[in-house]
Unconditional design. Sequence first.
Length: 401
Amino acid sequence: MPAQLRTPGPSDNVCKQELRIFRAHASRPRIAIIRQKFRLDGGGERIVQLMREILAKQGHDVTLIAREWQGGDSTEKILRCNPARWTRVQRESRFAHQALLLARQHRFDLVQSHERIPGCSLYRAGDGVHRCWLEQRERQLGPVSRQLLRCSRFHRYMLQAEREMFEHPNLRAVICNSGMVRNEIANHFRIDAEKLFLIHNGVDTARFHPRLKSMRESIRQQLLLPSEAPVFLMVGSGWERKGLTQTLHALASVPAAHLVVVGRDKAAGKYRRLIARLGLTARVRLAGVQADVAPYYGAADALVLPALYDPFPNSILEAMAAGLPVLTSPKCGAIDFIQNDENGFVCDPFDQETLIEALRQLTDFNLSARLGAHARVTVEPFTPDFLESQLTRLYSHLLAS
């Protein structure tokens, strides 16, 4: 049986003094935002920070409930929720239980979660649907590994928590960052479609702009890349999900192209060995995490991200705003924006023949420039101001009802 959420115990008590501090703000709508780990360089965390700023601008009292965070540490705005855990199931279940208990004890008017927590009132489905991710992951596993995945206590817990959350009577709204995610939720769970709000992420079109091409030569020199070679870029961490393995195998059949990977993965050594085995050492650069990824868009000719599963990565919006065509997959939320041979390509990562052909086409500088120009036009309306207006309307609706 899937693991169950534990019942409250003595360790769940919250000190009375801390409660008084929070209740002093009772004259304003009080909103809790739940996120296990909060660091300002993460894509999901940037959305959390934007939401905090939007709500504060409206005069609401916003509190972050987190296990770990980087940035501000004001006790008036952050509640630390770090219950003991020894397993992945305990990490998820105990945080979910304790975070929701804290939210109830502080009597927030709205509890917004970015984790799968049954009982929250607003959920942002930034991680998509766990069930759909597992279905995609199984496609690259053998029979034994597939069975082990299905028997995993952690994944069984996540599937249970996901279903309980989406079907919980307390859930009033779900923010979906792509049509793909919205459809997956509607198809797999008993939930009123009126609770599903499609709100795409925004992108800073002034910062991510085709003029980043001025950084092309300096970044290529830094990475020891030929100035005239086609260069593909992949941005993000968790390379299995991003489709790096499939990209490397396809790249081996496109000898003119180079690949730069910005991000991290715990199994980076495995990918270095694969790069060497495929004879790609001279053509692939693992650039690590970068404080500023914008110049790397300027150095590239296309963004390649044939994800096994990705709700909608910010890197795709950033690349398109910078004037790059995008190669992605049918299981990436970016299919809301990408049209074949218009502003990029959509390829199944397990269809190597189609993936290789798309990469070959993107080595044509004239074609990639044309697709990139159309990509820029596609995302120009999706500014942070537009995102703010959509979120403001949603919050106003939820707090007024």
